[in-house]
Write a protein that binds this ligand. Sequence first.
Ligand code: TRP
Ligand code: ZN
Ligand code: CA
Length: 435
Amino acid sequence: MRPARRRLLPAAALAVAALLATAAPAVQAAPTAAAAAPDIPLANVRAHLTQLQSIATANGGNRAHGRAGYKASVDYVKAKLDAAGYTTTLQQFTSGGATGYNLIADWPGGDPNQVLMAGSHLDSVSSGAGINDNGSGSAAVLETALAVSRAQLAPDKHLRFAWWGAEELGLVGSKYYVNNLATAERSKLAGYLNFDMIGSPNAGYFVYDDDPVIEQTFKNYFAGLSVPTEIETEGDGRSDHAPFKSAGVPVGGLFTGASNTKSSAQAQKWGGTAGQSFDRCYHSSCDTTANINDTALDRNSDAVAHAVWTLSAGTVTPPTGTVFSNADNVSVPDSGAAVTSSVPVTGRTGNAPSALKVGVDIKHTYRGDLVVDLLAPDGTAYRLKNSSSSDSADNVIATYTVNASSETANGTWKLQVRDVAAQDTGYIDSWQLTF
Ligand code: TRP
Ligand code: ZN
Ligand code: CA
């Protein structure tokens, strides 16, 4: 089954209605392309990892929350950013009786009402140096921030980078940051990009299945390298994007795998060793500078920069092929009233495509009972399927093509399903629109 996308759950939509009313547009649509991102030098990223390893070695072998190695890691990253012209802020919090730190770095300029953030947790577990988890993300985000400075980038959006404390204790630092952001500040966040473990030695290439524009931006980057990607499934909500997502901020990110095992199909497409963990040193003492796949670190670091460059430009055209979906189940009452499932479409300009693809997955024990329509944001109905007393097959699993070129793309689209005959029943499992 398709992994569930949890965008705008009906319940959550109610809870955050006030927030949405003032929310900044997510990663925005417009006519021209952003300047190409630079190649991020692998040697520079590796040099940061060498420094983080030395810091761990000099401080009892780790960089964990509450230990000297964590604060030394923060000081190292902060000094680089200060020298590059960032405005840095150390945010203190307390967890388990020890002081923790988030490091926030703002790049001066850009629209203060549209803030793009990229972040990584900088703490390790206490059992090791945490070079893949998560020196890798921390170093790639640092080097991307330094590349922004080298380019003297003047993006349309305001750029903010973050290194989180105490992730390993339960996302403590990132939760603290989000909880302490005023609602007005939260609503200015156009997106949060998370990088936690991006150099796993037996790497996979996983993209978070969250905001569709962010997801497509990463997928396009890897497609350009002819590197296949998969949706991240090792633990949604297990890293610092989770508090942002809960607050209604569009999120995305990259991951090369932790303790899960690489399948033979994955080894075939990505190389590496089937039947072995993506990272055999996950959360252990062997997570050192030797525990890094340079190719994966290099590609993912470049992908970080690509996303920061692309998504910080207000002039980004959302990639064609962006999928907007709703996977929340909606039961269809037997021989009853029509029900709908909503998909909000944002960040587009102009009208919908003349060949809009509508993917429908309805589970039902007699599909002839069902009348299915697509409702445009203005309420115009497009019939996808009529009822038929002789069509006794199960389920409606199909992709329909609709000429929607007279409809404004942005707005809430609905799938409407009505069951017109008694006895057999079912539910909308999921549906999607491809713009
Ligand atoms: N630090 C994360 C953790 O220990 C690593 C991780 C596991 C992860 N699964 C993930 C990060 C999925 C991102 C996405 O839980
Ligand atoms: Zn981690
Ligand atoms: Ca029925």
